[in-house]
Design a protein around this ligand. Structure first.
Ligand code: KDG
Ligand code: MG
Length: 402
């Protein structure tokens, strides 16, 4: 089998997605997600101008060799644009191999290690009361784990607070929106939010929270300690993820489990965190972390350090990346949890998929390959629209971390 064509497809069914389609001389094609939120067209060019010409004529079954060729061969390694592009190619090749052999990708990865993939949903509200009510709606849908975020009084546009009942979409069209941030105001509200959620729903539901890289190490340590009575499943990105050494201080102060890694592009971003047992969950994902091939290696390295996976699964990861994550989640020994931010109906129509949700678990389904299609006819109705994540300023106007 040979690769004959590589297409980079851009569509905006409610938000932008970049999809790679790799075609072969035997009529089998594979899909990969190449979406990098707010920097989509950089990956389009990387793939179209620099990667696609190198793939034509290659054997798509040689997944590992092509991964190494793209990673080692570029000389310029790592970084989100490079690793998203490699990730998209890698997903598409696993998809082709599964389809050609007539098996779902998880069978190629060693088979199912569990019956389903535990997921968490996103409950949020402008006020703590609204967020508490939103948790109830997720529990009614069968979720066993819920991330909880609430607006902070006095601050506009707090991270994680969604529109509508089930959807959260931080990216907006046009230039970046500017939000206002105060760690002091935030820290004063989070513990009481979780006290209310535990009071209302008891101890069984797994609760998660994302601080989105905004605290200093000592603020992060304090938040972790203040949340201990509410036994969180995890506290995510409690300090900027690239400051691995900062987690030494945080870890000394709190037993709240920590999750980091959605912005990591290779395992080299997490070596201190893992080797020194500073985190409990690794959030790297297939699309921004070099595909199934690299994430499988990263998960194995995490497993050696008793760290479980908790793959990023926000709306900016297309259903193709979600499916790829689910095949990996189902197969690896140290799976922890999968983020599942639901896509809108418009998005799901462009990407019909075999994965299904039931009773708090997702399953990738039994279709050969990844189990996701791409409807060109619908995708073409939604052309790319410039969109960005917001940026964040402190109350005095200084730039902060979004
Ligand atoms: O593109 C960035 C979003 O995916 C990110 O802000 C969402 O932090 C996030 C999460 O945990 O889903
Ligand atoms: Mg996050």
């Amino acid at each position: 089998m040979r690769i004959t064509d590589v297409e980079v497809l851009v569509t905006c069914p409610g938000r932008n997605f970049v999809t790679l389609r790799v075609r072969t001389d035997e009529g089998v094609h594979g899909l990969g997600d190449a979406t990098l939120n707010g920097r989509e067209l950089a990956v389009v060019s990387y793939l179209r101008d620099h990667v696609a010409p190198c793939l034509i004529g290659r054997d798509p079954f040689r997944i590992e060799d092509i991964w190494q060729y793209l990673y080692r061969g570029a000389y310029w390694r790592r970084g989100p644009v490079t690793m998203t592009a490699i990730g998209a190619v890698d997903m598409a090749l696993w998809d082709i191999k599964g389809k050609a052999l007539g098996v779902p990708v998880y069978e190629l990865l060693g088979g199912a290690s569990r019956a389903g993939v535990l997921v968490y949903g996103h409950a949020s509200g402008e006020s703590a009361g609204e967020a508490v009510d939103a948790v109830g709606r997720y529990l009614d849908l069968g979720y066993k784990a819920v991330r909880v975020q609430a607006g902070v009084p006095g601050l506009s546009g707090t991270y994680g607070v969604g529109r509508g009942e089930l959807f959260y979409e931080p990216a907006g069209t046009g230039l970046p929106r500017e939000d206002v941030w105060s760690a002091e105001k935030y820290l004063a509200t989070v513990p009481s939010l979780f006290a209310r959620v535990r009071d209302e729903y008891g101890d069984e539901v797994r609760l998660l929270h994302d601080a989105h890289h905004r605290l200093t190490p000592i603020q992060a340590a304090r938040l972790g300690r203040d949340l201990e009575p509410y036994r969180l499943f995890w506290l995510e990105d409690v300090a900027p993820a690239e400051q691995q050494e900062a987690f030494r201080l945080i870890r000394q102060h709190t037993t709240t489990p920590l999750a980091v890694g959605e912005i990591f592009s290779t395992i080299h971003d997490a070596t201190v965190l893992l080797r020194e047992y500073l985190i409990d969950y690794l959030r790297m994902t297939v699309v921004h972390g070099g595909g199934i091939t690299h994430l499988r290696n990263a998960a194995a390295y995490a497993d050696v350090h008793q760290v479980r996976t908790g793959c990023h699964g926000a709306t900016d990861l297309s259903p193709v990346a979600m499916a790829a994550a689910l095949h990996l989640d189902l197969s690896i020994p140290n799976f922890g949890i999968q983020e599942y931010m639901r896509h809108t109906a418009e998005t799901d129509e462009v990407f019909p998929h075999a994965y299904t949700f039931s009773g708090g678990y997702l399953h990738p389904g039994g279709s050969p390959g990844l189990g996701v299609d791409y409807r060109d006819d619908l995708a073409e109705r939604h052309p790319y629209q410039r969109a960005y994540l917001p940026v964040s300023r402190l109350e005095d106007g200084t730039m902060g971390n979004w």
